[in-house]
Design a protein around this ligand. Structure first.
Ligand SMILES: [Zn+2]
Length: 322
């Protein structure tokens, strides 16, 4: 009874094969196709699952349950993803789960990418000892989730969107079209856009030279990490803006919810790790009502595989068909 879990991201598809204890026994990752729209993305997901099964040394028939975590709006009943903001040529709801189920000859369960990653941290990761915690995922955008009493708080379906908590009234424009959201300061896409604006204004940085030298198409977490190590002033300033904004938003959420812990994950969060988490904690401290009794801050322990492991947890055993 093996499971496959897929973390479908804007830049990367990460797949794992897990056993019944959710231990990873095989994996695959590949870039998300930038052209061809959702059909090409779906085909890449199928290829990645088969590659992960080969990596585990197993047969396709051994994998009975498949889950996919995807960004954007997920309709779990219809198995559709509406994710025009993250993927190229993806407009309106796309029936990702039925298409994958057809190609893989298995039922496929969809979930929100950040929600599944947080649930994995809650069950087998950094959140395991916290009755309640706030998960903040710093990647291309900034996602979040709230676990209260061991359960994910979904609200009316859209809870946990800390990326769109306002940290500056009338501030930078966000991907959502509003102004001053956390994501406009701390999302990788927004930070890259800010870097390009600053260059157009005549400022200098080695960020994009490093990006090319590293063979990347965008300012990945690895590029940011390298630029910080090289003491690039623009990279330092943008990351400082990001951790400041994260501190404001996280402190506000703690003042509201008084959770036991904060788990910081996502590509950038995991890459910059304890150093970034310490800086967020410092910035948050300035805004906490009970600064001398702050909740514990931790890096997501499942790292870059958390989303895929959480996706593998999505299907209930009764969902398996075949
Ligand atoms: Zn926003």
């Amino acid at each position: 009874m093996l499971r496959a879990g897929v973390d479908l991201g804007g830049t990367k598809i990460q797949t794992v094969i897990v056993d019944e204890q959710f231990l990873v026994i095989g994996s695959d990752h590949r870039p998300t196709p930038l052209t061809g729209g959702p059909k090409d993305v779906a085909a890449a997901v199928v290829s990645s699952i088969y590659a992960a099964i080969r990596d585990a040394g197993k047969e396709r028939a051994d994998v009975t349950m498949i889950g996919v975590g995807a960004p954007g709006q997920i309709d779990t009943e219809l198995g559709t993803v509406t994710s025009s903001g993250t993927f190229a040529d993806w407009t309106g709801p796309f029936p990702l789960a039925p298409l994958l189920a057809h190609d893989l000859d298995r039922q496929v369960t969809l979930g929100n990418d950040v929600h599944v990653a947080i649930q994995a941290e809650a069950r087998v990761g950094a959140g395991r000892s916290f009755p309640s915690f706030l998960g903040v995922y710093v990647g291309t955008g900034v996602g979040g989730a709230v676990v209260l009493g061991g359960e994910l708080w979904t609200g009316r379906g859209a809870a946990g969107e800390i990326g769109h908590v306002v940290v500056e009234r009338n501030g930078r424009e966000c991907t959502c079209g509003r102004f001053g959201c956390l994501e406009a300061y701390a999302g990788r896409a927004a930070m890259e856009a800010a870097a390009r604006r600053w260059i157009a204004e005549g400022r200098v940085t080695s960020l994009f030279d490093m990006m090319e030298a590293m063979g990347q198409r965008t300012l990945t977490s690895g590029v940011w990490s390298a630029a910080l190590q090289a003491h690039d002033p623009m990279a330092i300033e943008l990351i400082e803006d990001a951790v400041d904004a994260l501190g404001v938003a996280v402190a506000s959420a703690i003042n509201l919810l008084d959770v036991d812990g904060v788990v910081i994950g996502g590509g950038l969060g995991v890459r910059l790790g304890d150093g970034m988490v310490d800086r967020i904690r410092e910035h948050a401290g300035a805004h906490l009502l009970r600064a001398n009794d702050a909740p514990e801050f931790r890096v997501a322990t499942l790292g870059e595989l958390g989303g895929a492991i959480g996706a593998a947890m999505l299907p209930e055993p009764s969902d398996s068909r075949n």
